[in-house]
Design a binder for this molecule. Structure first.
Ligand code: F58
Length: 830
């Protein structure tokens, strides 16, 4: 370590047991926290006591940075990004904070001196599963990058008491268990009872004349409760910036109703409390929106109103005039889940701050920017008008007014075209009436972006086409990225070490520096170390698979991994068709030479999504047969890793040889798992979908296994009358595969179990599996050949990592800062 750094570390030792960064100081702090926070000494401490003592020790080392950040922001009043997201998937905090503080080695040694293993303690942490998948994880990567780039930012959301369900696999089927992540307490959060806001709901509105005689509107709610702030510090890498993740927890407004209690209505009093707390009780586990679910709309309104009221409180403390609100805050809507913010900010400005409509609308329109994450039309949120009216009567009035003025503008623009007016209306009137949330977001935002080049282009051509016609200047692309701190440094320390030894440590904060690796791509010594690191990660994953699935897998085999939510458009079943194809080849020719493969799956199915759950059954059923068949003789193995999460991802991405990104072209907005795999040296087999297109552009066509129809070909195939049945009949290898699944071999003779899957494939096949089947199999055959040439494969793997610079979320966030938020760094000095 550099002398200067060492000196700084020992200086802080002298300063405080709470801030010192040396091994010794960390060890003393750990024992201190174990004793004074947990009330335990080492000999009797439980694993949880030890984990918590560690977490508090690390948290202590964040706190003065946190305080310094708040002070800096108070003094310099920087323009601030507010990220509104109904979901966050931050993963375990402790390990990441160690990395960002740069004290992992010291901590490891400090604990070893007490006979404790850092990794064991870290493994004890429950992760906050406050999201479904990519969208929530993206929000967490963005927090890491915002802090690292020293941008003043607050991330607002909901502190669900129960996160995404825990997935158990019983007899091959998904079983959901509640995720009681707060059971042992959460050392990373700080409850702020004094930061709390009223949340109204239901009731009606009234007009009245204020003191000056002006006509105003008052919302008389049916019910009121509170949202209380629960804060988590978010530290950047190699900087002092600690930003805020502020999640809202619902509480009854008056707490216990003693009046009702005195009148003998004990249950009524308690129920009020229970009812309000259900609002932040549980995350909806569906990766498609819940149209018409009252509680879901309530959750959205709940966190949005608390967040906007919080911004207004902060804003008033600056003494700036309200007309300049949008100069202080830039508010990003993470999909349409927080889009009600457009109406809510208007309500607050009109009814509470008594601004005039035009001035309020001017502020609102300059405050919000909207990110879209999907092209699937069925995934666009809309709320039935009667429900909306019952819960948010004032918001509905405001939305009608926004819409009336918006449509007036549209009519001026397209005077003779009523089609435009209908299509651009915030209210869907084609049948039962709905509020279209994407429309509200588009009208109320100054910028609209997609999350990969292809996605942003298709947005303009399809779901948001009319808005693009109207306001082309609002549309942008911001290709997603992921944080290399969590997905390289933390989850793949062996690789990170090799990178730093070879090219220096600059890559940690500037991933484009990885390009320097290219010169090592053919270096045999380097290649060997590369392979050793991969092998070590594969052995570790083999042990996890053995433990969790009871399946023995060979780390020398090709690890072929698909880990993501289970969804028809992601086409896990295309992967299964390939596995059964290989199985059939072995059965037809038991002596056949084959590159040994281990197929690894991970991912949750929405509890109500029957087809996705059936997919899980099929994967496990195929695994059962293949794994046991002596004729297969170690050439094929299939494992379904239960409960895939950020934490389990740490063990999966670094161990993969092949990453499956095989969605139907045009359906996956971006994907981010594709980036995590590639950053860890897995090669991709993929379609031209989402960010795959850009990954291939970066790594080079030679280092990417491409197959399948393009988005345009997919559209054309579907409109020209697609006939999967003909493809089935025309391809004997495919026919044998489908027939085998239908034969009952994988279902103990039950011909009906997988019938819905097969009928769907042969009858409709909306995601064009059969159309892509032959190309996919041919491409997988190429993969098998390539894997046998270890030097070539390793070279490709090194080049993939070397060329992943673009996919750091630091790059993504820098673009948002420059093109949308117009914010500059606000560095924090200690
Ligand atoms: C995902 N969306 C996209 N939504 O599918 C993926 O392509 C993209 O990379 C990622 O966002 C980040 O941009 C996604 O994860 C959800 O989980 C929603 C949860 C709430 C209901 C609607 C879907």
């Amino acid at each position: 370590m550099a002398e200067k750094e060492q000196a700084a570390k020992s200086k802080s030792d002298n300063e405080s047991i709470r801030t010192g960064l040396s091994e010794n100081s960390i060890r003393l702090a750990f024992l201190d926290n174990l004793f004074y926070v947990q009330g335990r000494f080492l000999e009797v401490a439980s694993p949880n006591d030890k984990y918590k003592a560690l977490a508090y020790t690390i948290r202590d080392r964040l706190l003065h940075r946190w305080v310094a950040t708040v002070r800096t922001y108070q003094q310099t009043n920087p323009r601030t990004v507010c990220y509104l997201s109904a979901e966050y998937l931050p993963g375990p905090y402790t390990g990441n904070n160690l990395i960002n503080l740069g004290i992992e080695d010291e901590t490891r040694k400090a604990l070893a001196g007490l006979g404790l293993d850092l990794d064991e303690l870290l493994a004890h942490e429950e992760e906050p599963g406050l999201g479904n998948g990519g969208l929530g994880r993206l929000a967490a990567c963005f927090m890491d990058s915002l802090a690292t780039l020293q941008i003043a930012a607050v991330s607002y959301g909901i502190r669900y008491e129960f996160g995404i369900f825990k997935q158990l696999i019983h007899n091959g089927e998904q079983v959901e268990a509640t995720d009681n992540w707060l059971h042992y307490g959460n050392p990373w959060e700080v409850r702020r009872p004094n930061i709390s806001y009223d949340v109204k709901l239901g009731g009606h509105t009234e007009q009245y004349a204020d003191d000056t005689g002006r006509l105003r509107v008052r919302w008389v709610p049916g019910e009121t409760f509170h949202g209380v702030a629960i804060d988590t510090p978010i530290l950047g890498h190699n900087v002092n910036t600690v930003n805020l993740l502020r999640l809202w927890s619902a509480e009854a407004a008056e707490g216990f109703d003693f009046h009702a209690f005195n009148q003998g209505d004990y249950y009524g009093a308690v129920m009020r409390e229970v009812r309000s707390e259900t609002i932040s009780k549980v995350l909806y586990p569906n990766d498609e929106p819940e149209i018409g679910k009252r509680l879901r709309l309530l959750q959205q309104h709940f966190f949005v109103t608390c967040s906007l009221q919080d911004m207004l409180r902060i804003f008033h403390s600056t003494g700036m005039p309200l007309e300049r609100f949008h100069e202080k805050f830039s508010v990003q809507l993470n999909d349409t889940h927080p889009a009600i913010a457009v109406a809510e900010l208007m309500r607050l400005l009109l009814d509470k701050e008594h601004m005039a409509w035009d001035a309020a609308w001017q502020v609102t329109r300059n405050t919000f920017a909207y990110t879209n994450h999907t092209l699937l039309p069925e995934a666009l949120e809309k709320w039935p008008i009667p429900l909306f009216h019952a819960l948010l009567p004032r918001h509905l009035e405001i939305i009608f007014e926004i819409n009336a003025r918006h449509l007036d503008e549209v009519r001026v623009r397209y005077p003779f075209d009523s089609g435009y007016v209908e299509r651009l209306s915030i209210i869907d009137e084609s049948g039962p009436r709905y509020v279209r949330m994407a429309h509200l977001a588009c009208v109320g935002s100054f910028a609209i972006n997609g999350v990969a080049e292809l996605h942003s282009r298709l947005l303009k051509e399809t779901v948001l086409r009319d808005f693009y016609d109207l306001w082309p200047q609002k549309f942008q692309n911001k290709t997603n990225g992921v944080t290399p701190r969590r997905f390289m440094m933390l989850s793949n320390p062996g690789l990170a070490k090799l990178l730093t030894e070879s090219i220096g440590s600059d890559w940690e904060n500037d991933l484009s520096k990885l390009r320097a690796l290219e010169e090592y791509a053919d270096d045999p010594t380097f290649q060997q170390r590369w392979q050793e690191i991969k092998r070590e990660r594969k052995s570790a994953l083999a042990a996890t698979i053995k433990k969790l699935c009871g399946v023995e897998v060979d780390p020398a085999s090709l690890y072929d991994v698909q880990a993501k939510r289970i969804h028809e458009y992601k086409r896990q079943h295309l992967n299964v068709l390939h596995i059964v194809t290989l199985y059939n080849r072995i059965k037809c020719n038991p002596a056949i030479e084959m590159t040994p493969r281990t197929f690894i799956f991970g991912g949750k199915a929405a509890p109500g999504y029957a087809m996705a759950k059936l997919m899980i059954r099929l994967i496990n059923a195929v695994g059962d047969v293949v794994n046991r068949d002596p004729e297969v003789a170690g050439r094929l193995k299939v494992a379904f890793l239960p409960n895939f999460s950020v934490k389990y991802g740490h063990g999966v991405y670094p161990a993969a040889d092949l990453s499956q990104q095989i969605s139907t072209a045009g359906k996956e907005a971006s994907g981010t798992g594709n980036m995590k795999f590639s950053m860890n040296g897995a090669l991709t087999i993929g379609t031209l979908d989402g960010a795959n297109v850009e990954i291939r552009e970066e790594v080079g066509a030679d280092n990417f296994f491409l197959f399948g129809l393009t988005a345009e070909e997919v559209e054309r195939t579907l409109t020209n009358g697609y006939r999967p049945w003909d493809i089935y009949n025309g391809n004997p290898e495919l026919k044998r595969v489908v027939d085998l699944i239908g034969s009952g071999l994988f279902s103990h003779g039950d011909h009906n179990l997988f019938r819905p899957l097969i009928d769907n494939l042969l009858g409709h096949d909306p995601y064009l599996l059969l159309a892509d089947y032959a190309a996919y199999i041919a491409c997988q055959d190429e993969v098998s050949v390539a894997y046998r040439d270890t030097a070539r494969w390793t070279r490709m793997s090194i080049l993939n990592v070397a060329r992943m610079g673009k996919f750091s979320s630091d790059r993504t966030i820098a673009e948002y800062c420059r093109d949308i938020w117009r914010v500059k760094p606000a560095p924090v000095e200690l």
